[in-house]
Design a protein around this ligand. Structure first.
Ligand code: HEM
Length: 444
């Protein structure tokens, strides 16, 4: 769908990692830093401001290789940002992700006391993310990132996570990922669903008009402008458990694939049930012009093709009849696999930690990520399914049921186990490039 004229984003001030889709395939490394001294932290901001690439010049050969930077609330504090500025940031960001655990369903095995340290602690201040199409270029971009903090007393590297997106874009459960992305007015980056009207820029970047007609600002305005929030979540995937579950609840291999597709809303090839409900169509799955070109309501109101409870219909109900408006709960997803894939056909866990290092970008942590996670993933009321949960990423347990609507009788799966365990994460703020320099020049 064409962009509305007139809205111009200040791309040269927005970090590349906010708007540009990551290349395919790609490798990425997350590095977390602790600021032990405010002066060193400000020097870090100065150096980082010259290595972080902006979203301008997408055609440049460097456009696929970039470094992004995010600060946690504790990080802004460690830099000495004045309290009245700190208070102007989103409430959820100020609380930190670990404090929000109960609402997010991060309980039991997924609760913060079981998270990988230093995730969820006040030690995590800055997160650098280096992205590149291959390991060789990643090394050189990592070197640039390291130069911004190496040898500085007062800055400590405290955590690292390497990730990758395979050429076939499959995540550890075996589904093609990275298909559905929203279009953003004025960004120059097209969305992948031609039937979705581009979203107002203020949904994803602070300082612009959003879908509700308001503009998110911080104090001072310059600090927030062209910045946004990012949600990091390291999600461990129980792949063997998932495969065993499919087998135990199916009558044949074909039936297993159909059940997997019903749970996701897409076949593993990426082909959407909305367009091929009975059989997989791998060609459609990999066709970027067609694999996200669908809506739900007119064609499939009862979910006979794509169940209302499937992962993709829950996390983006598009035009389906639900309580509320889907457009104000959209976010940009940047998921990346970590750990080696479990070889095909293996049903026993090999003990390898594998999963997704998730990143969600959006200007409204509350009504975007937190809402989707708590109301759409871990509840079913919004589409009339009581307490049913997302069968793939829901928090599992006695009440984790999933219904496959079909005729003459629906298929009802009860007490689904938890296939995805939270290993830790945090909320970050990704400042614009001018704001990075403002942080570097702080004199408090
Ligand atoms: C390990 C956990 C997860 C796995 C394996 C996973 C996997 C997938 C896959 C394979 C797709 C379909 C491909 C695509 O549309 O790009 C997808 C779509 C999506 N997922 Fe997830 N996901 C996970 C967690 C989450 C979480 C926690 C959220 C939100 C809080 C989420 C939100 C979405 C959204 C919004 C879409 C796009 C739906 C659409 O527009 O049709 N996912 N996910």
């Amino acid at each position: 769908m064409a962009e509305e004229p007139g809205i111009k984003l200040e791309l040269e001030d927005i970090q590349s990692g906010v708007l540009r889709p990551r290349p395919t395939p790609y490798v990425a490394t997350y590095i977390a830093l602790r600021i032990e001294d405010a002066k060193a932290g400000r020097e870090l901001m100065r150096r980082v401001s010259s290595v972080v690439t902006s979203a301008a010049n997408p055609a440049s050969p460097l456009a696929d290789t970039w470094i992004s930077v995010a600060l946690t609330y504790q990080g802004l504090k460690a830099l000495g940002v004045p309290q009245d500025s700190l208070d102007s940031f989103a409430w959820e960001f100020r609380q930190g992700m670990a404090s929000r655990a109960k609402d997010l369903g991060d309980t039991g095995e997924s609760s913060p006391e079981n998270w990988e340290r230093p995730l969820g602690t006040s030690e995590l201040h800055v997160v650098l993310v280096a992205v590149s199409p291959d390991s060789q270029r990643l090394e050189s971009v990592l070197e640039r990132a390291r130069e911004s903090y190496a040898g500085m007393t007062g800055i400590k590297a405290i955590w690292r996570q390497d990730c990758h997106a395979l050429p076939n874009e499959k995540e550890p459960f075996g589904f093609r990922d990275g298909i559905s992305h929203p279009a953003i007015e004025g960004s120059g980056v097209a969305g992948t669903n031609p039937r979705e009207r581009p979203l107002k820029a203020g949904e994803f970047v602070l300082g612009y008009l959003d879908e509700m007609g308001s503009v998110q600002k911080t104090n001072p305005e310059l600090l927030g402008r062209n910045g946004t929030y990012i949600v990091f979540r390291k999600l461990h995937q129980r792949v063997a458990e998932f495969r065993k579950y499919l087998k135990a609840n199916s009558t044949s291999t074909d039936d297993e694939e159909l059940l997997a597709a019903k749970m996701m809303g897409r076949w593993r090839s990426g082909a959407p049930l909305a367009l091929c409900p009975l059989h997989d169509n791998p060609e459609l799955g990999s066709d970027r012009n067609r694999n996200n070109d669908f809506l739900y309501e007119a064609d499939d109101p009862a979910g006979l093709k794509t169940p209302g409870g499937s992962h993709i219909r829950r996390t983006n109900p598009r035009d389906a009849a639900i309580a509320g408006v889907a457009r104000i709960h959209r976010m940009i997803r940047r998921g990346t696999a970590y750990g080696t894939m479990l070889p095909e056909g293996i049903l026993e866990d090999d003990g390898v930690d594998r999963g997704l290092m998730f990143a969600f970008v959006g200007a409204h942590l509350g009504r975007q990520f937190e809402f989707v996670q708590s109301q759409w993933i871990n509840d079913g009321v919004f589409f009339g399914a009581g307490e049913d949960k997302d069968p793939i990423v829901g928090s599992g347990g006695d009440k984790a049921n999933f219904t496959v609507p079909r005729r003459p009788v629906r298929k009802r799966l009860q007490g689904l186990p938890r296939f995805v365990i939270m290993r830790g994460g945090e909320y970050g703020f990704m400042p614009g490039l001018r704001a990075l320099r403002w942080l570097a020049d702080l004199e408090t």
